[in-house]
Design a protein. Sequence first.
Length: 302
Amino acid sequence: MLGHVAAGIDGSPEGMAAAHWAAREALRRGTALRLVHAWEWQPRPAPTVPADMSQRSWAEEMLAQASDSMRAAHSGLQVLTHSVADAPVEVLLAAAEEADLLVLGSHGISGVAGFLTGSVSQRVVARSPRPVVLVRAGECTADEHFSAVDGISPDEIPETPYRDVVLGLDTNRPCDELIEFAFDAARRRAAPLRVVHAFSGPSPYAAIDRLAPENDPELRAEHEGAVVATLRPWREKFPAVAVTETVTEGRAAGELIHASAGAALLVVGRRVRETRLGTHLGSVAHAVLHHAPCPVAVVPHD
């Protein structure tokens, strides 16, 4: 069942923020929204389940209320619902398999910009066959747009420009799926695309007389040339997208977290690979999922 955006909801504020973000994305794509809820029977239901209701009844009512909320807030949106009594990770992975995109909520870190993924979200992101977007509680339409004049909400003026889409690019392993996702996200929003490439200098033992990376024009030019060459075919494919490149020496995760401040969306990749401990998320994706202050899209690739 392709042609829709799926959102995993659990009755939490994070889940509702994810559902609203997914609803806006579905409208941008001209597709349906599918709300997915997984529940497992427990001898002691969660505190969110009313004492006079079964877990199944509560799940059905919660989905119905969320569906009504999405339709009321997003005119013209087609909303589907799906409730399954099974392990959440497996249900969400199955939902991702059938969707164009899966959106999940993420718990906030009190007092710290950014958010912390729970065990379910992190395991889904690490194994999903399709892109997954993580959204914090409280994320709303206004956070995707620049401030409107006179403080008018973007909900009242939909044409208020979107904030930048930020792409983390590794020129050593460029990935078509990742780059296309970022360009397409920027195109759908008529937003600028900011491409960030961070590089590390050579080992201090490799060439003692070599300049420090920040003072080595040849090394910087080499990386800048690789970024330009990697993006050239995508600029031609998406001519309407305004692209800026930032090439900097440093740790990729830190540079991306810094660049994501004030962005509408941060897009990073995840290599599809297995280790002895199972699926691997990757250090950069792991870091930005915990600390980026905007929604993060993780795109799997070979």
